[in-house]
Design a binder for this molecule. Sequence first.
Ligand code: ES4
Ligand code: ZN
Length: 326
Amino acid sequence: PAQNAADSPFPKAELHLHIEGTLEPELAFALAERNGVTLPYATEDELRRAYSFSDLQSFLNLYYALMAVLRTEDDFADLTHAYLARAQAQGVRHAEIFFDPQAHTARGVPVGTVIEGLTRALDTAEERYGITTRLIMCFLRDESAESALATFEAARPYLDRITAVGLDSAEVGHPPSKFKEVYALAREAGLKCVAHAGEEGPPSYVWEALDVLGVDRVDHGVRCLEDERLVARLVADQVPLTVCPLSNVRLRVIDELADHPLPAMLEAGLLVTVNSDDPAYFGGYADDNFTAVRDALDLDEETLRTLARNSFRASFLDEPTREAYL
Ligand code: ES4
Ligand code: ZN
């Protein structure tokens, strides 16, 4: 019988996943109770009803508010274990995980608490879940360049646990060039570089991510299609784009999944991957995104395999490990 992606998900790498975006209502309430934090929602159902977004900012407001429950190393470790268990069930064999240190340091949680908690869980991931992992430290682009620099310096003692830096949060009005200096420091320290660009922001932000920040991958990047020269550049250099289909629908970057430019992006020769972004908020984890695009866009098995292969090609795994998946 034909394999059903839902009950036998094929191996894939997840390259665009915010760990704070995996906070499910159930865990949010459990951690609120454990930490004596009062949430502005009475029940899990009431919270779930708030998951209706009009744009990126309307989502970010809830995303940052719910983080109030994350306070201790245990909280970050529990959050990470919950994600890894779900990812394993979805065929994820490798995960490159974003975290937002400033969203926690701003609430008085030291960056060391965040990183120690995350890595305590991640250190068990290969053995317990069969998932290799990397950590990507993101700067909040709607905070200042100085704040990003201070965050990078505060994280220096932990850089051996961090593979790359990234850039996220409210995009429009905060072009990549604002963070030129901290990206130069990150590269000097031997880190890879990625940045969200071309989600809500214009193609010029993708150009800046490439030419000013020197990114190795672009997160989202779907608006690149508005600029023919940019597409040609991304294709020529095979710069990976970490596309998040369910996220794009929930944040109204596109109207509905059937209109998603994923097929056009593949057709153009772009190195596209499928990812879940903030799965607790957007209605699905890694394989749920694969299944959703398969059904909405009528993708054949070969295309799904290409997308899965792309996810390993685009990863920061070492060459031999990557090759073994291709
Ligand atoms: C995010 Cl979907 C998205 N875009 C930008 N920043 C983010 N942080 C968490 N999810
Ligand atoms: Zn994202």
